[in-house]
Design a protein. Structure first.
Length: 155
């Protein structure tokens, strides 16, 4: 389940973000922190609008992405998980850390340009049945650096 989710989501995110990243220049030479932050907010807004056009979208038989929103320089992705016979508590206890690890590693590698631009990605997972928030985590440059260390900056 997780490999399929990771592969499908990474493929979709990479294709959309590559297109957007290539068409939106990220300039950080001679740009004030305020200008860079404003630019990042605009990039996040445009990326969220582009990625939201075809939602909801089934990622795999368990997971559907239901929304993508821009909140300042953060892209917020909301997924619903069809927990089947598993309780919400079982999903929280058994699946949160696995999902966070798999998605974080994938985003660190597929969205490096976003991470380098200090754009954060937040992932919210809810139960498709109860609508209860199961878990949430963020992916940003600092987290990617913790995973990959100094070599992350070299990519």
């Amino acid at each position: 389940m997780y490999k399929n989710l990771f592969l499908a989501f990474t493929l979709v995110a990479t294709l959309i973000q590559s297109t957007l990243a290539n068409n939106l220049p990220i300039r950080n030479q001679d740009v004030s922190p305020q200008q860079l932050q404003k630019q990042n907010k605009e990039i996040v807004k445009l990326a969220a609008q582009a990625e939201s056009k075809d939602l909801p979208q089934v990622v795999n038989k368990y997971t559907t992405i239901v929304s993508i929103e821009a909140v300042d320089a953060t892209m917020v992705y909301t997924f619903e998980i069809n927990t089947g016979s598993k309780s919400d508590e079982a999903i929280i206890n058994e699946d949160h850390s696995k999902m966070e690890r798999i998605v974080t590693e994938g985003i660190c590698t597929s969205s490096k340009r976003f991470m380098d631009a200090q754009i954060t990605k937040t992932y919210i997972y809810k139960s498709a049945i109860s609508k209860k928030k199961l878990f949430q985590f963020d992916v940003n440059q600092a987290i990617c650096f913790k995973i990959y260390g100094p070599r992350y900056g070299d990519n």
